[in-house]
Design a protein. Structure first.
Length: 222
């Protein structure tokens, strides 16, 4: 896959994200709730298993996870979250795809539009940037402490079912078909690898450098 590393973009914001743990747990609880509506057993519900694994990686307490699942299984609160995507452009014309989980479509739409407008961007029409992204499984294994060579890892990942592998000094990045994500993740985990990122995500087909005079503005709101 050509272009700049997605991991470098994530890594640059990791410390800031870690300092917002309560908000992260709240977001994960909503994701668990939505996924659990299709079945409360992670062993029978791949979508739920994926988000539960994501919650564990974020060190979300098990009690929080259980409460979110139980809430979905016996929901009498009238809550109803839905997933909505927005497309637009950020500072420097950078394409942005925003996925939201909301119980109020109108409020969220207004908030997203205001966020774009206030920070040097603009909200686009449906389809304006989505074609630049592809849904893929994405795994990151940091190389610090690993003795595995680049060639050996690439061979191992491809044999596990990976569609593509990117290698940098900092990390191995593994891309999969969404349907193969769980199997590839499990195979690499059984080989002893630990994941800094494990998700099904919308991956850009190409990456552009953000203009230097726009970088602070973009990173502030990323």
């Amino acid at each position: 896959m050509a272009g700049h590393s997605k991991w470098k973009n994530i890594q640059g914001r990791k410390n800031a994200q870690d300092s917002k743990r309560a908000k992260i747990f709240q977001k994960l609880a909503k994701e668990i709730y939505v996924a659990a509506k299709s079945g409360p057993d992670p062993n029978l519900n791949p979508a739920l298993r994926l988000v539960v694994d994501k919650a564990k990686a974020a060190n979300m307490p098990n009690d929080n996870v259980k409460r979110a699942i139980q809430k979905a299984a016996g929901n009498n609160s009238g809550e109803n979250y839905e997933e909505i995507s927005y497309e637009g452009y950020g500072p420097g014309g950078i394409a942005i795809l925003v996925h939201t989980l909301t119980d109020n479509r109108n409020r969220t739409g207004t908030n997203v539009r205001v966020a774009f407008n206030k920070n040097g961007g603009s909200l686009g029409e449906t389809g304006s940037v989505a074609y630049m992204f592809e849904r893929k499984g994405y795994l990151v294994i940091e190389r610090e402490g690993l003795t595995t060579t680049e060639d050996d890892f690439m061979l191992e990942a491809i044999e596990a079912g990976a569609a593509d592998v990117e290698v940098s000094e900092e990390a191995f990045e593994v891309f999969t078909d969404p349907a193969d994500f769980a199997a590839v993740k499990e195979a690499l985990a059984e080989s002893g690898y630990e994941f800094a990122v494990a998700e099904i995500s919308m991956i850009p087909s190409l990456y552009n450098e953000i203009p230097e005079d726009k970088q602070t503005e973009f990173e502030k709101n990323a």
